[in-house]
Design a protein around this ligand. Structure first.
Ligand SMILES: O=C(O)CNC(=O)[C@H](CS)NC(=O)CCC(=O)C(=O)O
Length: 292
């Protein structure tokens, strides 16, 4: 276990544009603001580089990871500001047919520490007609990712992943103290579920949760929920944004992880049940005891 330390985490809340250039300009300006306020770790939201109108426009502007100008600029910025910079995600070219929704953790020398491809695709029809088919354009990832920061271990996830608690449990069991959920939540589902889901993930795991959000009415007419959050391991919200772009910071005291886990050691109390279906008879008892 790392020593207990404190550092400043900042959530950069954005209203990403249609195109990469103005989005990058917005991101750079807000990240500089966060660093000026003393942030050591800065996170931006899901799809920090662009929110496009349709598949055709998206694919016209996609670059591969090797060629992406935003990633190069953000790496240089992290080195200049000497911060850990977590670009919540960039839409990048994966293949001729597919994009990938990829998160990047950049170290203070501009080095790439880790990247993560969003696992769970938002294929959803909301009441009222709003409809999403993320899997039509994006290749999902298959691997959860952790990385070590100077202050403790961090787990990487994106947005809709937050609805799959087993992923967060697995990251916490792999030693994470910080869980990250950069997002572009819809306004409707955000109003209904955002705070509850993020607080639950923090409480269940005894981790800090860092979630930078997209906010407001975008050029592509999508409306995102905003309310970037930092939640401590007891489930308390210690920083929160509104619906405007901006920077939201909190001091992170990693001793809070140990305190929360000592008080409620649910992470050590693993799954201890099978599932009985009395109608089907005893041979249909699914034995899952012992797994997480
Ligand atoms: O496609 C883009 O431009 C950016 N990506 C997104 O907005 C993604 C996939 S469509 N949004 C979500 O996952 C929202 C999840 C959500 O709102 C919920 O779980 O309720």
């Amino acid at each position: 276990m790392a020593e207990h330390t404190t550092f400043t985490a900042a959530m950069v809340q954005m209203r990403t544009s249609l195109l990469p250039e103005p989005s990058l300009e917005q991101g750079m300006r807000l990240i500089r603001e966060a660093a000026a306020q003393g942030a050591n770790y800065v996170q931006t939201p899901e799809v920090s580089n662009m929110m496009q109108l349709n598949r055709k426009a998206l694919f016209e502007h996609l670059a591969s990871e090797e060629d992406d100008k935003s990633l190069q600029a953000y790496r240089a910025l992290a080195a200049e500001l000497k911060i850990h910079l977590h670009i919540g995600s960039l839409a990048l070219r994966y293949s001729p047919e597919k994009a990938v929704n990829r998160s990047f953790l950049i170290g203070p020398e501009g080095n790439l520490l880790a990247s993560y491809d969003k696992i769970h695709m938002f294929d959803i029809d909301l009441p009222g007609g709003e409809s999403y088919r993320e899997s039509a354009n994006y290749q999902p990832g298959e691997t959860a990712v952790i990385s070590d920061l100077p202050w403790g271990r961090i787990g990487l996830t994106i947005c809709y992943d937050v609805r799959f608690p087993a992923l967060y449990r697995a990251l916490a069991e792999a030693g994470a103290w910080f869980l990250t959920v950069p997002s572009a939540f819809t306004r409707k589902t955000g109003e209904a579920h955002w705070h509850t889901l993020l607080r639950a993930r923090a409480i269940e795991t005894g981790c800090f949760v860092f979630a930078a959000a997209q906010a407001g009415l975008h050029e592509n007419k999508r409306e995102t929920f905003g309310h970037s959050l930092i939640v401590d391991p007891w489930g308390e919200i210690i920083a929160e944004g509104g619906v405007e772009p901006g920077v939201f910071l909190a001091e992170i005291d990693t001793a809070k992880v140990e305190t929360a886990r000592k008080t409620i050691p649910s992470l050590q109390h693993g799954r201890r049940f099978g599932i009985a279906d009395p109608k089907a008879g005893p041979e249909h008892l699914h034995l899952v005891r012992g797994s997480a």
